[in-house]
Structures are given as C-alpha cells and as structure tokens.
Design a protein around this ligand. Structure first.
Ligand SMILES: Nc1ncnc2c1ncn2[C@@H]1O[C@H](COP(=O)(O)OP(=O)(O)O)[C@@H](O)[C@H]1O
Ligand SMILES: [Mg+2]
Length: 420
C-alpha cells in the first residue's frame, strides 16, 4: 500500500517510522512533513483546503490509505470528504471528533452518559461568566471551548487571574473563535495520565498508559505547551486502574457516540486525572497524542498498518495487539521563545554523530536547507529511548541529548520523574 500521512510533527514522523516497518507498506508520503520525514518517505506540498488538488495528488501518487495526524483536519471534516470520495482514511469524522473540538459538547456528553469528569458550567456570555467567577472557589479552570493548540486552558489561582483569562479568551479573542464560548470547571487534584485506545466504531483496544509534561519548565512551572516529553508505560498504574478507565470512560464514550450516530473510528485519547475518588476525564482528544505517539511507537510490537486498517474497516475484534516488555521515554527539544513565540532557521548541530542503536530522533519543527538541518520553530526534535525499566529509558534519552545543540535550545530536565 502507498500511504499518505497528513501533518508535519514528531507524531507524524514516528507514525511513518513505524509504518515503514510494515510488511505491506510500499511508499510513504508526508504532507507537509518536516526535515526528518524525508528520510522515511517523500515530503509533498498539498494545500489541504484545496479539495481538487488534494484528490488529484492522491490519485497521481496512487495513495491507498490516508492517515490524519492533527486535530484541526478532523474538525474540518477531512475524513468525511475522503470517505465520500471512496478513499480509505484513518481518523474519525467531523461529527465523531466533536468530542475533541468542542469542550462544551464533550462535557455535556459526559454528564448525559455518566462518565466521571470535573463539575462545570459553560458560557457564551462574558458578563454571565464574570458573575459566575465572583461566587466561585479557587483554584478554578477556564477553558476556551474550541481548538487552541494546547494553549487554551488557564488554571486560575484567584479571582484576578480568572478574570484576566476570561477577558483574554472572550473579549480579546487570543485564541480566535475558540474563545466564543468558555468552559469553567472544578480544579481536579491528582496525577495526570494519557490514555489511548484504538477504536473501530464498536470495539476498542487500550494502549498502555503514558504521561505527558505540558508546562514549559521543570516541576510543571510556566505556561502550557503542546507537550515537552512523555514516558510510557507507567509502573505505578495498575492493570485494574486501566480496566476501570476502559469500562467507565472509553467504552461508554464509544457506545454513547454510536448511539448519537457519531461512529468513532480512530484513536480515542482521554486525558485523565487519577484522583482520590478514581479516574476522571480532563478532556477527550480524537487522535494520537503528540508527543505520546513518539514513545508509543518505540514499544508497539504489532504491525501498525494492520491495526490502523482494522480500525478503519471494523476488524478490531479479530486483531491482537502486542507491546514490547519495555519502557520508552521521549524528550522534546524546543526553540528559543517557545511557547509564546519561537525562533526559526537556526542551525542544528550534533545530529550526524553516531546515534546509539537504542535512540530514535523524531523531527518536528525542522527543515532541510541546502543539505543543512535548520530549526523551523516551536518543538524541534523528539529524542526517544527504550529501556528494560523506566529509569534506564530516561537516562539513555538524556545521554543522547548531550551531543545535540542549537542556539536557544530548551528542554525539561525532569521528564518521567513523577512516574519513577
Ligand atoms: N479540571 C482540571 N483540573 C486540574 N487540571 C486541569 C483541569 N483541566 C485541565 N487541566 C490541566 O490543563 C491541561 C490542559 O487542559 P486540557 O483540557 O487537556 O486542554 P487542551 O489539551 O485542549 O489544552 C491538562 O493537561 C491539565 O494539566
Ligand atoms: Mg490536553
């Protein structure tokens, strides 16, 4: 099969790297891809908003299967379009992925289905939201309703911080139309994990648990980013906790969506707070996590193409999925200034050193320029390692980083510590 992977982050590089090992994969195309994906397949430019050029490229390159990475493509109905044209695609429809692209839809859905989550209220009116905050307890969580590149959530410690966040989202529109509506919710205390499940509309298969690190600085200080590093699996998460997440969260979600005519095929990725009273949903994502995928692909044993096709075609009940008996760690190297803005076009050094066998480096914001590897903003590289225990995988990943550098490079020094 010829595969087209849409997206240009570390997630897409990792998916391509894994698909390349599948027995039935012929050519892999990435659009737009990045400076690293061109060593796995071919980067091609497609204007996704131009339906004609997208479809003609798919035809010209004999693409058999389109794998969608980013959330906004799903929200814009790209799966619907491709399915209508008879093109095989991995990723849920616009209607099914509303569970991610509208936080108020997701919250209402969880209330109706009895899925454990934080208490909340949603507001389209600024004044009403403001009044609600005046009689709230703190900390409290304020979320832009729509997609905001992982930056639309503020945990406000007091009324002033809360009013400021509300003003920025609803009046100044710092996240554009994503802030037309806000969700204000109860602050949950506990340990945060990422769950992922392969879904074929009916059946699901859970991944092992992973942990992301959202804030830019060590000890979870500073503003949230797209994610600064991950570990998988997590030694402290028991089998029975994963069963509870499967039975009280993932399965009721897939069933509830089906009941509403929103058949969910793809990856359901709930962010979960493990609280004293059990696991509760922070949010749903309708796609592979970035950077969770970079760790996951290092420990997935089964042929990825077989699994993705089973999700799209409805054959998951007949599919066995195996994971290596190992742990993986992914550390993100980000540009100067990230996440507020970010520098681009900086030379990356140390990538042609001999990379140990245990290390895979997945690219995100990189580009090749006349044989030189340059940064292209935001998150730049994902250094991944595996080990027979979590500590080993973390140590190996940090060791590999010591030979890589670019001007202004930032990374967290404490990835995985919370799970040791
Ligand atoms: N109710 C909550 N209680 C505590 N922390 C939260 C809560 N909601 C969100 N967070 C924190 O904020 C982060 C981002 O929130 P999330 O709902 O996942 O939005 P997004 O990923 O769209 O930015 C979460 O990963 C979590 O660390
Ligand atoms: Mg999130």
């Amino acid at each position: 099969m010829n595969i087209l992977i849409l997206g240009g982050g570390g997630r897409e590089h990792a998916l391509g790297w894994k698909l390349k090992q599948s027995k039935n994969v012929n050519n892999i195309y990435f659009s737009p891809g990045n400076g690293g994906t061109s060593s796995v397949g071919v980067n091609i430019e497609i204007d996704i908003s131009d339906e004609k050029s997208l479809l003609s490229t798919i035809k010209q390159q004999n693409i058999d299967f389109v794998v969608i990475g980013p959330d906004d493509y799903l929200a814009n109905g790209l799966t619907n379009l491709l399915e209508e044209k008879g093109i095989k695609v991995f990723g849920p429809t616009k209607e099914a992925s509303e569970i991610e692209w509208s936080k108020s839809f997701a919250k209402q859905f969880m209330i109706e289905e009895g899925i454990p989550t934080a208490e909340f209220k949603d507001f389209s009116d600024f004044k009403e939201a403001q009044q609600y905050l005046e009689q709230s307890r703190f900390p409290i969580v304020i979320k832009a309703d729509g997609l905001a590149l992982g930056k639309g959530v503020v945990i406000a410690k007091n009324i002033n911080e809360a009013q400021k966040a509300l003003q920025e989202m609803m009046l100044e529109k710092v996240h554009g139309i994503a802030g037309n509506k806000v969700v204000i919710e109860e602050y949950l205390e506990g340990k945060e994990i990422s769950a992922h499940a392969f879904c074929d509309g009916e059946n699901i298969i859970m991944f092992p648990p992973a942990q992301d690190h959202k804030p830019i600085y060590d000890n979870d200080k500073g503003p949230n980013t797209g994610g600064m590093g991950t570990v998988a699996s997590l030694p402290w998460v028991t089998k029975s906790l994963m069963k509870e997440i499967e039975n009280t969260i993932v399965l009721p979600t897939i069933k509830g969506l089906k009941k509403r005519g929103r058949i969910f095929k793809g990856i359901l990725f709930p962010g979960i707070m493990v609280t004293k009273s059990g696991p509760r949903v922070i949010e749903f994502n309708a796609r592979f996590g970035d950077p969770e995928t970079q760790s996951y692909m290092r420990i997935l044993k089964t042929d990825l193409l077989d699994i993705l096709l089973a999700c799209s075609d409805g054959g998951l009940s007949k599919t066995e999925i195996e994971w290596e008996d190992e742990f993986a760690c992914c550390i993100v190297l980000a540009s100067a200034g990230y996440p507020k803005g970010s520098q681009k076009g900086v030379l990356i050094n140390g990538m042609d050193n001999n990379v140990p066998k245990n290390i895979e480096i997945f690219h995100a914001g990189t580009k090749m320029d006349g044989g030189k590897l340059l940064t292209n903003g935001s998150r730049v590289l994902n250094v991944t390692a595996v080990g027979s225990d979590l500590k080993k995988s973390i140590n190996e990943a940090y060791k590999a980083i010591s030979s890589i550098n670019f001007d202004g490079m930032q990374y967290r020094k404490d990835i995985g510590n919370k799970s040791l």
